[in-house]
Design a protein around this ligand. Structure first.
Ligand SMILES: NC(=O)c1ccc[n+]([C@@H]2O[C@H](COP(=O)([O-])OP(=O)(O)OC[C@H]3O[C@@H](n4cnc5c(N)ncnc54)[C@H](O)[C@@H]3O)[C@@H](O)[C@H]2O)c1
Length: 345
């Protein structure tokens, strides 16, 4: 029985570097190629700054199609600009290759559905790089939540605060088309809230562009959410702030509250005893906000051994649906219902 998958990483820029390391380290993955038109240049950098065991001795392709025709692959990691995800994923599916696709899967709901349908048509698996699901702080928060320690959730608050893209040149892919804060990094916090407490049935969002006046769409947004069980939630996202990169998340339950942040080593739980005294418990965790190793290893175990994992492609599709509803709400000034796909069993 096969127990190792042959991978290529496509796009070895910022986040792709992490995927290369993740594939090298994952026990059930084997890196056989990388692909990036700027590969030579990027590789020189990697050779200078990375330990030897993380400098792969594999062919570097500058053309995706040429790589697909030249190497026997089981899976590709797509860490290319988001507008390339759909055509690259569909081409991989056609050739019988499974995909781990970076977030956002696509910029629109329609394209996300197209990716999902193509995977189904060709009988392939796809997974989404919503990396916060693998952050130790959020994994611990999820475990505590599922243990029932805070009772039933009535409210959740998260944020994606990242003062990034300050000096991007006009030709940078992130500016064309300009990314709404919500679907840029904001999709991390929206996805995290979905992961923690489920799919919002309605959202209402405001956005502004007071910080990043060079950005053509809002660089800050607040999205309110309503969930079917009655819980409510809020996600704030900002690309132009002066603050530390942070995803502080508070989950309020009827019996307690969980506080977690992917850049902190402590998850806090507040509970109250029979004398109404509130106490704070600390759970120590590693800080690893880009846990590519576990993300890749889980994908391998899902494909090879049927493991149930948290980053199946459908999760990425649903997160795109919520982001699309939030962006639509900013434009319409009205609440919007995310239009989730109907999944046939
Ligand atoms: N999960 C996360 O936390 C996270 C963080 C940052 C970015 N991302 C996502 O990862 C993706 C890449 O973002 P990035 O910040 O690494 O961008 P980047 O610009 O640093 O890297 C993208 C790379 O893709 C390469 N590329 C362009 N066209 C290509 C092609 N046809 N074939 C192969 N490679 C090609 C570029 O040369 C570049 O090296 C985006 O979808 C982004 O949203 C995810």
């Amino acid at each position: 029985m096969k127990n190792i998958l042959n991978f290529a990483v496509v796009g070895v820029g910022g986040i792709g570097q992490g995927h290369v390391s993740g594939v090298i380290k994952a026990p059930n993955a084997n890196l056989v190629a990388v692909c990036d038109p700027k590969g030579e240049e990027i590789w020189e950098y990697r050779k200078k700054y990375f330990p030897k065991e993380l400098i792969p001795d594999v062919p570097l392709f500058t053309d995706y199609e040429e790589m697909l025709q030249s190497v026997e692959l089981d899976a590709v990691v797509l860490s290319t600009p988001d507008v390339m995800h759909l055509p690259m994923a569909v081409r991989a599916f056609e050739l019988g290759i499974d995909v781990l696709c970076e977030k956002p899967l696509t910029l629109t709901r329609e394209e996300a559905l197209e990716m999902m349908n193509a995977a189904k048509q060709y009988g392939r698996r796809f997974f989404v790089g919503q990396i916060c699901r693998f952050s130790p702080a959020f994994q611990k928060a999820k475990e505590l939540l599922d243990s029932g320690i805070i009772g039933d959730v009535f409210c959740v608050e998260s944020q994606y605060v990242h003062g990034c893209h300050e000096d991007l040149p006009a030709e940078n892919w992130r500016k064309n088309p300009p990314r709404h804060a919500t679907s840029c990094g904001g999709c991390h916090a929206i996805d995290l809230v979905r992961y923690m407490i489920g799919d919002p049935e309605e959202v209402f969002a405001y956005g502004n562009r007071l910080c990043r006046t060079d950005w053509e769409v809002e660089d800050c947004s607040e999205t309110l959410m309503k969930f079917s069980g009655g819980a409510i939630g809020r996600v704030m996202t900002s690309l132009g702030n002066i603050y530390k990169y942070s995803m502080k998340t508070l989950i309020f339950g009827t019996k307690g509250t969980i506080e977690a942040n992917n850049v902190e080593d402590t998850v806090l739980v507040y509970t109250r005893d029979e004398n109404k005294v509130i106490s704070e418990s600390e759970y120590k965790v590693d800080i690893n906000s880009h846990n590519a190793l576990e993300e890749i290893q889980d994908m391998c175990e899902a494909i090879l051994f049927g493991k149930k994992v948290c980053h199946e492609g459908i999760e990425g599709v649903k997160t795109v649906c919520v982001c699309a509803a939030a962006i639509a709400s900013i434009a319409s000034g009205k609440p919007e219902k995310p239009d989730y796909p109907v999944i046939e069993e």
